[in-house]
Every structure is written in C-alpha cells, then in structure tokens.
Design a protein around this ligand. Structure first.
Ligand code: FAD
Length: 501
C-alpha cells in the first residue's frame, strides 16, 4: 500500500472509530490523535522487532487506552472491504516480523498497562489475573509481594504475557509444570471479528484452545488468569560439565523423568564466550580458564543447569537432597559450579537485555523441537555443520515431557513422549544475518534429508505448504478455527500463515 492510501486509511480509521464508538468516553482521545498515530517514531518502532531482519510498515499504530478501543478497531476492519490487517504487539521480541502488519494497524499493547492496575492476585492466592500486555517481570514482582509466583517461566522475563502465550512459553520448569500455556485457567479475548469473549477449558473451549499457542491468529488476549503457587524462598542452583554428548543427554533425560529437580536446562559450549556469560551468576572466575582449557582439548563441552527450590521447612535437608540427586549423574566431577540465591534472582538471571550498549544487532534465531529418538543423529549432523561453518551461537538444549502439553491447544510438538528444544540464539551485525540464515537452512535441510521430524518453535515459514506440514494433523482444526474466529484473515499477518505480512 502506497503512502497516500496509507494516510487515507488512517483518516478513515480515525473517523470511523470516532463515529462508531462515540458513546465510548475514550472516543475523544482517539479523535485527538493520541490513540491512533502515524508519526514516524510510532511507525518506526512498529516496523522493527528483536530480530531486526524484517521491516514491514503499518499505516497506523493504535495505543489503546481501553479494551473497547481494540474491539472497535477490529469491528471497523471487518466492515471495510477489503478489511485492513491488525497485529497485536506485546514487546516486539519476535525475530521475524510476527507482530508486524504491512499497511495495516499495529496495536501497541503496552499502552494498556498505563491505564489502571492490570495485575490482580486472587484473594485465595490460587491465581493472578493479568493484562495480556503485562511483562512477566512485573507479574513476578507483583505476585512475590504475596509470597506467591507462577510456576512456569521463560528464561527472559521482559516478554509480554500475550506474546508468550501465543507461542507456548518454555523454560527449565516446563518438563515438570508444562509450558506457560498449560498454566492458564481463563482468558479474555477479542476475536478477529471484534467480539469480546471470556474462555476457559469449560467456557468457549474452542477459542481457549485455539488462542493458546495460536500465534495471534484467532484473537487478542486482553486478560489471562494464571495459576499461582507458594513461592519458594530460596533456590539451590548447580551447573555441571560433560564431555560426552550421550552421557549428557542420558542424564538430562533421567532428570526430567524424576520429580526431584524443579528446573533442568542444558547448554552446548562451543565457544569460550558461553562460559564468560556464567560469571555474573556463579562466582568462580578462576575456574573459567580450566574450562577454556578443557574446551580447547575436547572441541565441545556440554552443561546441565539444575535447580532445586527450598524454604525454611526444607533448608536443613536441601544439601543432602541435592547430593543424592547428583550421585545419580555422571558429570565431570572436577567441575561443579553452585549458587544459592533467591527465587527472584534466579528467575531474573538473564536480566534486562532491552537497552543494549552497542549498535543494534540482528538476531536470526532458530528454535527447534527434536524427537528424542533421533537426538544422536541430530547431534552428529548439526555438530559437524557447526564446526565446518564456524558459526558459534549460544546453544540452549534441554528435554521436555510431551505429556505436560495439552494437544487440544494450537502449539505443535513432535509426536514423541520426550523431545528436546534447541535454541540457536545467533547475534550478528544487521547486514550479515544471512550467514546465520544459511546455517539455519543447512540444519533444516539436514533434518529433512535424514528424516528427523523436527518442529520449529517460534515458527517461521515462507509458504502455506510449509505451514500445513508444520501443523500436520492439527492443520484442519487450525484452519477451521481461523474460519470461526477470524474469517477475514485480519489478525497477525506477520506470521505469514494465511496471508503475507
Ligand atoms: P510479540 O513479538 O510482540 O508478538 C508475538 C506474536 O504474538 C505476534 O504474532 C503478535 O501479533 C502476537 N501477540 C502479541 N501480543 C498478543 C496478545 N496480547 N494477544 C494475542 N496475540 C498477541 N520464549 C520462550 O518460550 N522461552 C524463553 O526462554 C524465551 N526467551 C527469549 C529471550 C529473548 C531475549 C527473546 C527476544 C525472546 C525469547 N523467547 C522465549 C521468545 C518469546 O517468547 C517470543 O518471541 C514472544 O512472542 C515474545 O513476546 P512479545 O511480547 O515480544 O511478543
């Protein structure tokens, strides 16, 4: 869409929103240009994301001061022919333009958080009602005040609740507590038709299951009711080193089959910088050079990160319990790094990455789910590629239990009881991300040739055929739900499932 037609669309939207919802007290703020904007700063922000690779320019950005303004926008789009696309933008931490809307309207969800208190812990402390725009860090802070916390997390907390629930939300707790989408009791959603609906497993279940892991395709989450538990006061946290992949993966699988640890993640160390990143949380800098020497000798190392929560009641037995747990593992006994910290410091271990010191980077990430039965083939192939390409990203690698996922939800996993998640978290200067994309394509090509049925997490595909393959047996349901809740293909065009951005 060219500039003149974008401006006329903007005007049409402003006029229409004003006339359609003039009974709404917020119409005045829409009209005076504070809610719907097309100034260069707003447009620039809405046409970039964490990936810094895709840049799609919207006609306008909605800064909603109420949920009603979002449904007004969606209803108006439905009435237009053709409709304009609408994308909710939580934190914009997608890597491939998923929260963008070329020529349409981006809804900057963070504006909602400025209106009124949108994190409310229930009186009995079993759940918290949270605005879809809220960041997990704020949910953590608010719930800890009551000695409570959600049970399933992402590694990074400066992500919006609506954004992670549109994917799955995984971290080292997921093997035990399921992904974040499994820990939601109820949602308020504005569907693609502009209808406001409350949904749960019992009430409007089709919408509930569609939206969770639904890549923003069915509705905009304006409230999520999230399960809470008593927050442990302390965390015992250990990092172990392995030189052998099969021992490393066997130990990880053993750990996730038991209920003893509360968090299990793994890393592949192929670059000394990975070990440098440990220094902030583990005060053993003198051992870094020993690890570097071992790394030089082995070419690659593996690390398991393991946590057990405790409180006053269990403080006297935590060391013994941990010792028992470690005895079941076969790590390199020369390297055990341990820390004892608060729950907040542990969950906040990555910190806030959102004000980078240097020039902006691109993040051509690839996240995969890999079936356990093919993990050693995958390791052999990818390791070989990684060594020939000399592309050395941070590699996060840990197993998950499929039984903790609810297959009625839109999120897709491999069809095996245990599967691994691999995060290839590349950073590159903005003009050289293609090198990493080439590496990512080689990995996907290798899996295809070897018949390893991987699924992308935070998926990104270019053609609908690839999406159909991605969803597999879930595709007919996914398509049917789209026809029910967003029949005009208005929502989240940046995912490129039903329309290109
Ligand atoms: P956005 O990028 O704003 O949006 C993502 C998609 O969701 C878009 O399609 C958008 O339209 C849609 N959407 C946004 N808000 C809503 C809403 N309220 N209702 C409906 N749809 C909506 N993921 C993990 O699972 N585990 C991790 O440990 C993890 N770590 C990360 C660390 C970093 C540094 C980064 C950048 C990302 C990480 N992610 C992780 C990925 C992250 O969960 C997703 O990228 C997520 O979408 C980011 O949330 P966001 O608010 O930025 O979403």
């Amino acid at each position: 869409m060219g500039i003149p037609s974008r401006i006329s669309l903007l005007l049409l939207i402003i006029i229409s929103c004003f006339t359609r919802i003039s009974a709404n007290p917020s119409a005045q703020s829409l009209y005076d240009g504070k809610v719907l904007r097309n100034d260069s700063d707003s447009i620039k922000k809405a046409s970039n994301d964490y990936g810094n690779i895709v840049h799609e320019i919207p006609s306008a950005v909605l800064f909603p001061s109420s949920v009603k303004e979002i449904s007004g926008l969606l209803r108006w789009s439905n009435e237009r022919s053709p409709p304009f696309t609408v994308a909710a933008r939580g934190r914009g931490h997608s890597a491939r333009g998923q929260a963008m809307a070329r020529g349409g309207v981006v809804v900057d969800m963070t504006a909602l958080s400025k209106t009124r208190r949108r994190i409310r812990v229930s009186r009995n402390g079993t759940y918290v009602d949270v605005g879809g725009e809220q960041l997990w860090i704020d949910v953590l802070r608010a719930t800890l005040k009551r000695g409570l916390a959600p049970v399933s997390w992402t590694d990074y907390l400066y992500l919006s609740v609506g954004g992670t629930l549109s994917n799955a939300g995984i971290s080292g707790q997921s093997f035990q507590r399921g992904p974040q989408i499994n820990n939601v009791l109820e949602l308020d959603v504005i569907t693609g038709k502009g209808e406001f609906m409350t949904c749960s497993r019992e009430r409007n279940p089709e919408l509930f299951f569609a939206v969770l892991g639904g890549l923003g395709q069915f509705g905009i989450i304006t409230r999520a009711r999230i399960i809470l538990d008593k927050a442990p006061t302390r965390v015992k946290w250990v990092r172990l080193i392995y030189s052998d992949f099969s021992i490393f993966s066997r130990d990880q699988e053993h750990l996730i089959s038991s209920n003893s640890p509360n968090y299990v993640e793994g890393f592949l160390i192929i670059d000394e910088n990975t070990t440098n990143q440990w220094r902030s949380s583990f005060s053993s800098p003198s051992r870094q050079s020993d690890i570097a020497a071992l790394l030089k000798k082995q070419g690659i190392l593996y690390s398991i990160e393991l946590v057990k929560y405790y409180d006053n009641r269990t403080a006297s037995t935590i060391d013994k319990d941990f010792e028992t747990l470690l005895k079941e593992l076969n790590f390199n006994p020369d390297f055990i790094f341990s820390a004892d910290t608060s729950l907040f410091d542990f969950l906040h271990r990555v910190g806030d990455l959102d004000s980078p010191a240097g020039p902006p980077e691109s993040h051509p990430w690839l996240n995969l789910f890999i079936p356990k039965s093919r993990i050693s083939d995958f390791n052999a192939g990818v390791l070989a590629l990684s060594q020939t390409q000399r592309v050395l990203p941070l590699l996060i690698f840990y197993p998950l239990n499929r039984k903790k996922w609810d297959d009625r939800m839109s999120a897709v996993t491999p069809e095996e009881d245990v599967f691994y998640t691999l995060g290839l978290l590349h950073s590159s200067p903005p003009n050289s991300y293609q090198i990493y994309d080439e590496f990512n394509s080689q990995i996907l090509g290798f899996c295809k040739r070897a018949g390893i049925k991987v699924k992308q997490y935070l998926p990104n595909y270019k053609s609908q055929g690839d999406w159909i393959q991605h969803f597999g047996p879930k595709w007919p349901t996914f398509r049917q739900r789209k026809a029910t809740f967003d029949p005009k293909f208005i929502l989240s065009p940046g995912q490129g499932i039903f329309n290109s951005a």
